[in-house]
Design a protein around this ligand. Structure first.
Ligand code: ARG
Length: 716
């Protein structure tokens, strides 16, 4: 299995006959070998070198990972302007918002550079280069090695390669595994840390349709926000400083106002987070019945409590906007994924693949020896479920359910130093905790959190096997007669962690005694003890899973050597190409590939949480005030669909036409193919994009920030 990744793919390419143009998240450095011919045939006029080059500037230099790849963004001006989704800047827009400056409701535009708002912690990462290092990583690995030795060898080689690549430029280097650790790539990158908010439309544009429309088509959302990357006067990454200057990127994307038509070529470059397309039927079943079910149950409870609070005042709505959006996004995703997996019979399709695999495995003694038991080994890891259900519930209902336990955990290191007598250390730990108070309590409502604790502890006690119930639940039974709300009320009336004033007094005179008997702190520690029990049991059932997955994927690739293969997404840069097209969501229905401002006005509902609209937008629509942004059909196109293969992390990715020009920003996937992260659906799966002309119209005409458009290179 020391098959180098490239050799494998090149051989794949030679036999490459039946690739779906649209499926696949390809590594940009291999596009020249694997994809460019197909891309040309679909209407791409670029060379592979124009897309990815280590010697010249290329498209990849304009595409960045935002916040470690939780989103993607693109450079669109020589002066560091950065475009991404509204939902990717949402946390910052929310954080800058207050009842006095409600940027969520009203939008925000910096009319001069000095007005741009800094965002500590927001980062963008440029890819410098990537390189196949499979042969080097596996140099000392042999087929008969046990897994521990293999891991040690891989680790050793990886560390050496990273050290050698580090060089003098201060770049970050990281070796990442692909194809379940059958291949390895080195990624060299550079991260900038002064990223300022330049502008955002109001939520009624940037998040139009809200949770009702999320994960759906047709869509009318102007899902964009704009930042600017700053660097030191020497052009190097630097923390925020007033002395910093706008960064001049190696490449920025020109913007086409010509729009896209049906069947036009599009490509999307970005940072897809996770797909699991090589998983087996049993693993899919597990995802449905454990991961998704737990997430749905826990977030259902939590979101309804938050929703009620958010409806109570403007302050409440601003406080919980970002928390709500974050939690509800993958709540709805899980519901849709389960529906899609069932409707599209993904388990059946996976079983068919496994049947073919076994048939192929049994053809020769060689393949039987290598792969004969691999499916059994994977299945063995999924027979017992109690510990996995418990693990998912500790995440969803305890650690990430309410906030108080996570917040209490932050006091753990202070508690440790309080056991000693080093006053300096105590002071430092207390100061560290104190520095987080303003930000934390600005967006915290203790009554809401108290209700969430009551509701989720109860859910946990009902759903999780007795042996994984944390010790403090015993007290809820004995002292509170199993009344979780009563217990929670008591906790919140006593704990220091639910109140800023109490935290401040505590930190002025920190005491281990207070912590050790604080109800939230005690519960938090009990939760962590349970987690370590669960992890121990989990290791017993899944210890050989990684190895089995690696061997299975190696086998699948060997079996399919006449088909093109691409590695699962893992937050490394990928390119996906395809065409603009609509789709048939159901029998007798066809969805067109674009929406218009007319459709926006038809959907608008005055005062609605999801469909409220600015009167100004409707007035401009009625006056046909579209400027240079109208399509040749005379309307303003708002969003469009293409069949590019994207997933979470791709949000904010540039949609690029055949000339390397920006035509849209990818922002979502569609309801009918929510199973797409597990199995690509060629007929149904779409990438939902905001039309760049809607973006520029909003900036220039709607918001009056035309100076920003003047910075861009606009092509007509
Ligand atoms: N589903 C989108 C994604 O995961 C996020 C859309 C945000 N918009 C919203 N209405 N919640 O990328």
């Amino acid at each position: 299995m020391k098959n180098s990744f490239l050799a494998l793919l090149v051989c794949v390419f030679l036999f490459n006959v039946n690739v779906n143009a649209d499926e696949g998240m390809w590594l940009p450095s291999l596009v020249g070998k694997l994809n460019i011919q197909k891309m040309s045939s679909l209407g791409c006029n670029l060379t592979a070198e124009q897309i990815y080059s280590i010697n010249h500037s290329s498209l990849k230099d304009a595409v960045v990972a935002l916040d470690h790849g939780s989103c993607t963004a693109e450079m669109i001006s020589p002066d560091g302007l950065l475009l991404t989704n509204h939902h990717c800047g949402f946390g910052e827009i929310q954080a800058h918002s207050s009842v006095e400056h409600d940027y969520l409701r009203d939008g925000f535009w910096a009319m001069k550079r000095e007005d741009e708002l800094s965002n500590p912690g927001k980062i963008v990462t440029f890819l410098v280069r990537m390189e196949d290092v499979t042969d080097q990583v596996l140099k000392n690995v042999t087929g008969d090695m046990d897994d521990q030795t293999r891991s040690a060898k891989v680790h050793e080689a990886t560390a050496r390669i990273e050290k050698e690549a580090k060089g003098v430029n201060g770049y970050e280097v990281r070796v990442r595994s692909l194809f379940e650790s059958n291949s390895y790539f080195l990624f060299v990158s550079q991260t900038f840390k002064d990223v300022r908010l330049v502008g955002t439309p109001p939520q009624s544009i940037g998040k139009f349709g809200g949770e009702s429309d999320n994960w759906m088509w047709p869509r009318h959302t102007g899902d964009f926000s704009m930042f600017r990357v700053y660097c030191s006067p020497e052009g190097k990454p630097a923390e925020y400083s007033p002395q910093n200057v706008p960064y001049h990127p190696k490449h920025f994307l020109p913007i086409s106002l010509n729009g896209v038509g049906k069947n036009d070529f599009t490509m999307v470059m970005g940072y897809p987070g996770t797909t699991t397309r090589y998983r087996t039927s049993n693993e899919v079943k597990y995802t449905m019945e454990v991961v998704n079910e737990v997430r749905i149950a826990a977030r259902d409870a939590k979101l309804s409590i938050i929703k009620e609070y958010m409806a109570s005042s403007q302050k409440a709505r601003i406080q919980y906007a970002s928390k709500f959006a974050r939690s509800s996004n993958y709540y709805k995703y899980s519901i849709g994924q389960n529906k899609g997996l069932t409707a599209l019979n993904v388990i059946g399709k996976k079983q068919a693949i496994e049947k073919d695999f076994l048939k192929w495995v049994n053809l020769t003694p060689g393949t039987t020896a290598k792969y004969g038991h691999v499916l059994d080994s994977i299945n063995a890891a999924f027979t017992s479920r109690d510990e996995k259900i418990a693990l998912e519930y500790t995440r969803e209902a305890l650690l990430r359910g309410a906030e108080i336990f996570g917040f209490a955990a932050k006091a753990s290191s202070l508690n440790e130093v309080l056991k000693g007598s080093d006053n300096e250390k105590i002071k430092l730990a207390a100061a560290d905790l104190r520095s987080s108070l303003d930000e934390y309590f600005k967006d915290y409502d203790s009554d809401t959190d108290q209700k969430i604790v009551g509701s989720l502890l109860k859910l946990y006690s009902q759903k999780v096997n007795q042996k994984y119930i944390p010790g403090f639940f015993g007290e809820i039974q004995s002292k509170y007669k199993g009344d979780f709300d009563a217990y929670s009320r008591k906790m919140f009336s006593k704990t220091i962690f639910a109140d800023k004033g109490r935290m401040e007094s505590f930190l002025n005179k920190p005491s281990g005694k207070v912590l050790e008997k604080d109800m939230a702190f005690v519960a938090m520690r009990s939760i962590y003890e349970t987690i370590s029990v669960i992890s121990g049991d989990l290791r017993k059932t899944t210890s050989r899973l990684d190895k089995a997955r690696r061997i299975f994927v190696a086998g699948l690739n060997e079996m399919n050597n006449d088909k093109s293969v691409y590695p699962d997404a893992n937050s490394t840069m990928r390119l996906t190409y395809g065409i603009v097209d609509g789709y048939a969501p159901r029998d007798a229905m066809y969805y067109d590939y674009f929406t218009t401002l007319k459709g926006y006005t038809e959907k608008g509902i005055r005062g609605d949480v999801d469909f409220d609209y600015p009167q100004r937008l409707v007035d401009m629509y009625q006056a046909h005030d579209l400027g240079q942004y109208a399509d040749k059909d005379g309307t303003l196109h708002t969003c469009f669909t293409s069949n590019n293969d994207i997933t979470g992390g791709n949000s904010g990715s540039p949609v690029i036409n055949g000339n390397g020009e920006l035509v849209g920003i990818a922002f979502d996937g569609n309801w009918e193919a929510m199973s797409g992260d597990i199995a690509y659906e060629p007929e149904l799966q779409k990438c939902i994009n905001v039309d760049i002309r809607f973006v520029l119209w909003t900036i220039d005409k709607f918001a009056g920030a035309g100076h920003l458009v003047n910075e861009m290179k606009v092509i007509r």
